[in-house]
Write a protein that binds this ligand. Structure first.
Ligand SMILES: *Cc1c(COP(=O)(O)O)cnc(C)c1O
Length: 340
């Protein structure tokens, strides 16, 4: 093929392709039937992440959506509810799975501009023990959230709130390693004040597939049943777990590079006069109300650059493993050309 265009794809950090070294690790993985609990590589991934997060047990799943769903199904039953921010992934971007499949009612509460739900609003939304109401069981937070980092103090405050009301606390940590790297904290400090956490291997960490749910041994045993029920019991999934293990070893510290490039991108776009909204991690947003999104998108496409315009009020640019310094230059040049 001639002149195949290489996109610089900033839509999401999910678009990364496995590196040669990762493919090699996958090829060499020892495998067994994981539904029988006999896949050594899946087990190794689960124990590795359990150790890193200070949790007793872990469960490998195909996707973050499934991992969060299994967490909700395990924490809550029919007629129970969980509280989450209005813009939380578990509430807004997972097809309402907990309600659809579990009879679990979501109770969304306002999000703060700096990310996360307003905890006073969450406290006010907790229902009294009265048969008129759904039973509030769970608080669900997200870190990072739209690229924003929830500081440790916020997470501890959420945990106290949950404990004071006999609720469990689940952390949707799809990009938790981005938060840990941005805060320069070991990940286990961020998982200490939560009961359960879901972590994606297929976002910034660059694995092709996979998420892991972590919690107490008893919780994970109950979650194993829901994973099977939701069709997530895989067989020789060590092939996939090997990619995750490789990512944990080689792709965590380098997330700092993604954050640095996002900062450089934000600086350059600001200089060019774009309405930039920064985050401390790998996402940069443009205020869609003050740019012509369609025009910008098609001009960038001419220069081989893609961004995410699913939510036209916030155009999103995400740096990741497959965006190097040269790509960044191409992106900045593309925005220079696209200026009205
Ligand atoms: C991507 C994401 C998920 C779900 O992950 P999938 O693997 O795409 O299903 C959950 N929560 C957050 C915050 C995410 O960004």
């Amino acid at each position: 093929m001639t002149a195949q265009r290489e996109w610089v794809d900033l839509r999401s950090d999910t678009v990364t392709r496995p590196t040669e070294a990762m493919r090699l690790a996958m090829q060499q993985a020892s495998v067994g039937d994981d539904v029988y609990g006999e896949d050594p590589t899946v087990r190794q991934l689960e124990t590795t992440l359990a150790r890193m997060t200070g949790k007793q047990a872990a469960l490998f799943m195909p996707s973050g959506t499934q991992s969060n769903l299994v967490a909700l199904l395990t924490h809550c039953g029919r007629g129970d509810e969980y509280i989450a921010a209005q813009d939380a992934h578990t509430y807004r971007y997972e097809g309402g799975g907990a309600a659809v499949l579990g009879g679990i009612q979501p109770q969304p509460v306002p999000a703060r501009p700096e990310g996360g739900m307003d905890l006073a609003a969450a406290a006010a939304a907790i229902k009294p023990d009265d048969f008129h109401f759904a039973r509030t069981r769970l608080l669900c937070i997200e870190n990072t959230t739209h690229g924003q980092v929830l500081p440790l103090e916020y997470m501890q405050a959420a945990y106290s709130l949950a404990q004071n009301h006999d609720l469990a606390l689940h952390l949707d940590g799809a990009r938790l390693f981005n938060a840990a790297v941005a805060l320069d904290l070991p990940v286990r400090q961020l998982t200490e004040p939560v009961d359960t956490v879901s972590i994606c291997l297929s976002k910034g960490l660059g694995a092709p597939v996979g998420s892991v749910l972590l919690g107490s041994a008893q919780f994970i045993e109950r979650a194993r049943r829901w994973r099977k029920v939701t069709g997530g019991g895989l067989r020789q999934s060590g092939l996939l777990a090997a990619a995750g293990l490789h990512a944990l070893e080689h792709h965590v510290a380098r997330l700092a590079e993604d954050h640095q490039r996002a900062r450089q991108l934000a600086d350059a776009l600001e200089q060019l006069g774009y309405p930039v909204q920064r985050t401390p991690t790998n996402m940069v947003f443009l205020d869609g109300s003050s740019v012509d999104a369609d025009r910008l998108q098609s001009s960038l496409a001419q220069s081989g650059v893609r961004l995410d315009a699913d939510e036209p009020e916030h155009l999103r640019l995400v740096t990741h493993l497959d965006v190097d310094d040269e790509d960044l230059e191409q992106v900045i040049q593309a925005f220079r050309t696209a200026r009205p």
